[in-house]
Design a protein around this ligand. Structure first.
Ligand code: MSP
Length: 520
């Protein structure tokens, strides 16, 4: 694959980022970093969704302008992604001028095409969802099932989009492309929702909503926030109805669009219809991830259990986010809900990153220094069986990533670590050294260290800092692409520097970690 384009949902900025938002950005970042090792060009887009009634109301209650609130909170999201090592290529804000202009043109194109018409309407609007709900979707008490708030009855003359015109084509696309929605078990949900789909209101009267993009030539109407938001995936590449940018030509359609399961309807129905109306190709896949809970309960402001990712880094005095990235990304199988708990976090990363992976590297390098002054001698041949296991793991990990099974890929890497630890125990290089079987001892050590190069390369998307540190200690070139990881290229440097050897990840409760108060 030459080009690979992937996106995250864009977050609402009426609050600060929490670990649910972070989960999605981490998953997407890991996919981006993995495919950078497989493709020529990767483009990763993320951003913030800044219009809508919630921002209008929150900013008013704080006595600041909507734009001021957006600037403050979008800044918080961007700072947080920096701390988590999210390596997007572009960050779009829906208040950016180029985006607003492109959205107005998109709206007009659909109007000219006859896919938009004006219609008087009375409906129940949920501010939390930023959408109209049907009576039958509400709880027995008439509340929005997601936000447990009473939707507001709205009577307006709005612009409507002919969603029903595209219904059959969407059903056909989903049925003919069973891999389009990942995981595929969610496709049925969407097909059910499609059964009673109606045309949708795609503007609001500016007497009710001012904080949005006005319809061109009709400033009494503001474009519906979801049309504005969904368009970011193409305007972020420079799409313009008249004149497309190089990036748009190069990267669209997206390879994968990563979103939470709660907004699948918008992405697999509304977004597809919009693209069909614009006569643009459809994204190849949509990955709907599950929900992150805290101690097995839903995160919510009212329960007071919302966790900010940076607070976790601070509490555990972590200098980078590798451990949190690894933990979150492996918290749930593809598409399922995951959970965060401090204790589980500590236990898992101590076991996997410190005890299994870090310790394996550290003790093997130390033995190479102890027995051979760190030198890899030409007579040390590597053991084909363990190296083949490592090479198979590269294929296994790649195939998990092809299905966006990120947790499963992480588990496969740790399995390789476990197998390699067992290889060390079974071959006991310390006994070989005692028995003065030095060539055999050297072979075991270099075989293990070669496997560690593969492990560093595979874990890099999850834990970029740890992988860099591992590669430096191994004198291994981490920039090698996965296709080039051949027996000849999987090799540690000829000489390992004693001074360079240190644990790549300290146990979070270890004395050493407590004393130094930091992770390297
Ligand atoms: N602004 C819309 C998305 C527009 S995309 C064109 C939105 N924003 S959001 O801030 O509410 O959510 C942003 C993303 O974070 C969504 O994909 C959502 O599913 C995800 N998550 C929000 N809370 C979450 C959890 N507790 N767990 C996992 N993901 C969650 O929806």
């Amino acid at each position: 694959m030459e080009n690979f384009y992937l996106t995250t949902a864009i977050d609402y900025v009426n609050g600060a980022p929490h670990i649910g938002h972070a989960y999605e950005k981490i998953l997407t970042d890991i996919i981006a970093r993995h495919f950078r090792k497989r493709c020529e060009n990767v483009f990763f887009l993320s951003g913030t969704d800044e219009h809508g009634i919630k921002i209008q109301k929150t900013s008013a209650s704080k006595g600041i302008t909507p734009k001021e609130l957006c600037d403050i909170n979008s800044g918080k999201f961007q700072d947080c992604w920096k701390d988590l090592g999210i390596s997007y290529d572009k960050f779009i804000r829906t208040t950016d001028d180029y985006h607003k202009n492109a959205v107005q043109k998109i709206f007009n194109k659909l109007l000219e095409k006859g896919d938009i018409y004006k219609h008087s309407y009375t409906g129940l609007y949920c501010q939390g969802c930023e959408c109209f709900l049907n009576e039958k979707d509400l709880t027995e008490d008439g509340l929005c099932p997601d936000h447990l708030t009473k939707p507001e009855e709205v009577s307006e003359e709005n612009y409507f989009f002919k969603l029903t015109k595209y219904k059959d084509a969407i059903v056909k696309h989903i049925k003919e492309n069973p891999d389009f929605i990942v995981p595929s078990f969610r496709a049925n949900e969407v097909l059910n929702q499609l059964e009673d789909i109606q045309d949708i209101s795609i503007s609001r009267s500016s007497s009710n909503l001012q904080w949005g993009i006005p319809v061109l030539n009709d400033s009494r109407q503001v474009i519906y926030v979801w049309i504005d938001a969904l368009s970011n995936y193409i305007t972020g590449l420079g799409y313009d109805t008249e004149n497309n940018s190089d990036n748009f030509r190069k990267y669209w359609p997206a390879n994968v669009q990563v979103i939470g399961k709660d907004i699948l309807k918008f992405h697999s129905i509304y977004w597809l219809a919009l693209l069909m109306a614009l006569e643009l190709p459809l994204p190849k896949q949509i990955l709907a991830h599950g929900w992150i809970t805290i101690d097995e309960t839903k995160m919510s402001k009212s329960l007071g259990n919302v966790i900010a990712p940076q607070d976790i880094l601070k509490n555990f005095e972590l200098q980078n986010a590798d451990a949190l990235r690894y933990y979150m990304a492996t918290s749930a199988p593809c598409g399922k809900d995951g959970n965060y708990s401090d204790d589980d976090f500590k236990e898992k990363v101590n076991a996997h990153l410190a005890n299994s992976m870090g310790n394996l590297l550290n003790r093997t390098l130390s033995m190479l220094v102890k027995y051979f002054d760190g030198e890899v001698k030409p007579e040390f041949k590597t053991d084909a069986s363990i190296l083949n296991t490592a090479k198979n793991t590269i294929d296994i990990v790649k195939s998990h990533f092809d299905k966006y099974e990120i947790a499963e890929a992480g588990n496969a890497i740790i399995q390789l670590v476990d197998v390699t630890n067992k290889y060390v125990t079974d071959n006991a290089p310390w006994t070989l050294a005692k028995e003065e079987k030095m060539t055999e001892c050297g072979q075991v050590l270099t075989s293990v260290l070669d496997v560690m190069c593969v492990i560093a390369s595979l874990i890099e998307p999850f834990c970029p800092n740890i992988a860099k540190d591992m590669a430096e200690q191994l004198s291994f070139d981490l920039s090698i692409k996965y296709d080039d990881l051949t027996i000849d290229n999987i090799k540690i440097g000829k000489l390992i520097e004693k001074e360079n050897i240190h644990p790549v990840f300290l146990r979070m409760d270890s004395e050493l970690a407590d004393k130094s108060g930091k992770q390297k």
